[in-house]
Write a protein that binds this ligand. Structure first.
Ligand code: HEC
Ligand code: HEC
Ligand code: HEC
Ligand code: HEC
Ligand code: HEC
Ligand code: HEC
Ligand code: HEC
Ligand code: HEC
Length: 252
């Protein structure tokens, strides 16, 4: 190397030699050593396609399930889960479509599965059906109450007895059997949807019961009601201090 530089005493010429040497090395690397496929975009794409094609196919797509699970396919298509692919819940099932006797897809039975989409989360779209998985009917699997292939939105119970069964059954065999719950309670429709935040009224005074039981009661439903003297009977206490309003039996 030293000898080489002795032949070029001029520093500028030495620099030129080094520069030329670098150019030669660069050309060798670019055209000789780097494989063509690393520089040619078209070749890279072709390689990528080959690589992806070589992978085993895992998902069949949900139209593939229709062939053998016609009924389930049709049911799901009409329901609230219509936009979910079968394999969203059952996992990749290509192998199952090819050998349904020996390869079974997963069945997501755990209670942790559905809350991935249905647990409360403020980032979900407004109005999306959500529940608190800890408090919402714990212990039982979700599918024991909801058909995963055709979930239905909750229906509002029509009768008070749907939730107040004990009271309704008690009243049914009492002297107040003819009275509707709403004779004594103003129950807004919303109470049936959000019972704890919207509450019905409850009678608050002796005069309320007096409408039917007072000596000179005028209510048309008071005809058969036994009468008491409101000023004297039971002193100043509210009536339900002594009479349970849902079963006001008087022992003879
Ligand atoms: C070639 C017919 C065929 C195709 C296509 C097919 N299945 Fe099945 N599948 C079956 C048969 C047969 C059974 C067993 C039926 C039984 O046990 O009652 C089955 C059972 C299942 C089960 C229950 C497994 C178990 O452990 O009980 C699931 C879940 C299932 N299939 C999902 C799918 C999904 C998802 C697809 C679409 C990706 C699909 N199948 C496509 C034939 C098919
Ligand atoms: C929301 C999730 C979900 C989707 C979407 C879904 N499944 Fe299911 N699937 C379940 C669950 C959970 C069970 C277990 C039900 C049970 O335990 O009663 C099940 C059970 C099954 C079974 C076996 C028992 C049965 O009911 O016959 C088959 C077969 C099946 N699914 C096929 C399908 C096919 C085909 C599709 C698409 C058309 C599909 N599933 C879509 C969650 C799902
Ligand atoms: C014991 C039966 C039962 C079980 C188990 C159950 N649910 Fe429900 N679910 C109901 C009833 C009844 C309603 C409607 C009344 C209500 O809102 O509480 C409902 C309502 C829902 C709603 C609709 C809420 C709305 O505001 O629109 C979703 C979503 C739901 N459940 C998901 C689940 C999931 C997920 C699981 C499992 C972690 C589950 N449920 C377990 C009975 C059940
Ligand atoms: C990948 C997300 C996803 C999974 C997993 C899922 N769901 Fe859903 N669920 C939805 C979507 C989307 C809707 C339709 C919501 C709408 O129409 O507003 C829905 C609707 C429902 C409804 C109707 C409630 C209503 O008030 O409209 C119920 C009940 C329900 N799902 C229960 C379940 C159960 C039980 C499981 C588990 C077996 C489950 N879901 C798994 C996405 C999911
Ligand atoms: C979906 C279930 C449901 C239905 C349907 C329902 N209730 Fe209730 N109701 C409740 C629950 C739960 C409470 C208890 C709230 C609490 O104690 O936090 C309640 C409380 C009440 C109370 C007591 C309010 C208070 O402040 O103490 C009255 C009165 C009542 N309900 C009357 C009715 C009448 C009348 C109807 C029919 C028109 C009715 N409810 C229908 C669930 C229901
Ligand atoms: C004759 C009037 C009357 C009728 C009819 C009546 N209630 Fe009441 N209810 C009352 C009174 C009064 C109270 C308040 C009792 C108290 O504060 O101790 C009450 C209290 C309640 C409460 C609060 C919890 C409790 O047991 O004290 C509920 C829930 C309730 N009623 C539901 C109903 C339902 C459901 C029906 C129909 C099946 C019904 N009521 C019919 C008068 C009535
Ligand atoms: C809309 C009218 C009406 C209202 C309001 C009413 N009741 Fe009655 N009640 C009756 C009628 C009618 C009977 C008798 C039914 C029968 O035995 O045929 C009766 C019977 C009774 C009895 C007699 C039971 C027996 O063994 O003879 C008692 C006690 C009673 N009610 C208490 C109350 C109390 C307390 C209230 C207020 C919370 C109340 N009632 C509100 C109509 C009413
Ligand atoms: C301190 C307890 C007490 C209070 C408060 C009370 N009662 Fe009574 N009530 C009784 C007893 C005890 C009887 C049965 C003995 C009797 O007839 O005096 C009775 C009987 C009745 C009877 C049946 C009368 C008959 O002839 O069969 C009615 C109706 C009645 N009460 C309504 C009311 C009403 C309405 C109120 C509120 C204004 C009320 N009670 C408040 C204790 C009470």
């Amino acid at each position: 190397m030293g000898k080489l530089f002795e032949r070029f005493p001029d520093p500028l010429a030495r620099l030129l030699v080094v520069f030329l040497a670098l150019v030669v090395v660069g050309l060798v690397v670019v055209f000789g050593l780097i494989p063509k496929s690393m520089m040619d975009v078209n070749a890279q794409w072709a390689d990528a396609v080959k690589r992806e094609e070589a992978r085993p196919i895992k998902y069949a797509g949900f139209h593939a399930c229709a062939e053998c699970h016609e009924e389930l396919y049709a049911t799901k298509k009409k329901g609230y889960h219509r936009d979910l692919s079968c394999e969203t819940c059952h996992g990749p099932a290509k192998a199952h479509t090819e050998d349904s006797d020996n390869v079974k897809p997963v069945i997501p039975a755990a209670r942790t599965f559905c809350p991935q989409c249905h647990a409360y989360n403020p980032s979900r779209p407004r109005g999306f059906p959500q529940i608190n998985p800890v408090a919402h009917n714990p212990l039982k699997p979700c599918a024991s109450c909801h058909n995963p292939h055709d979930p239905k939105p909750p229906t509002t119970p029509k009768e008070c007895s749907a939730c107040h069964g004990e009271i309704a059954r008690m009243k049914a065999v009492s002297h107040h059997v003819q009275l509707e719950c709403t004779t004594c309670h103003d129950a807004p429709q919303r109470h049936k949807v959000s019972p704890r935040s919207v509450r019905p009224s409850k009678p608050g005074t002796r005069e309320f019961c007096g409408k039917c039981h007072g000596k000179d009661a005028t209510d048309k439903r008071a005809k058969n009601a036994p009468k008491i003297d409101l000023a004297e009977h039971g002193e100043k206490y509210v009536c339900w201090q002594c009479h349970y309003p849902h079963s006001p039996e008087v022992e003879q």
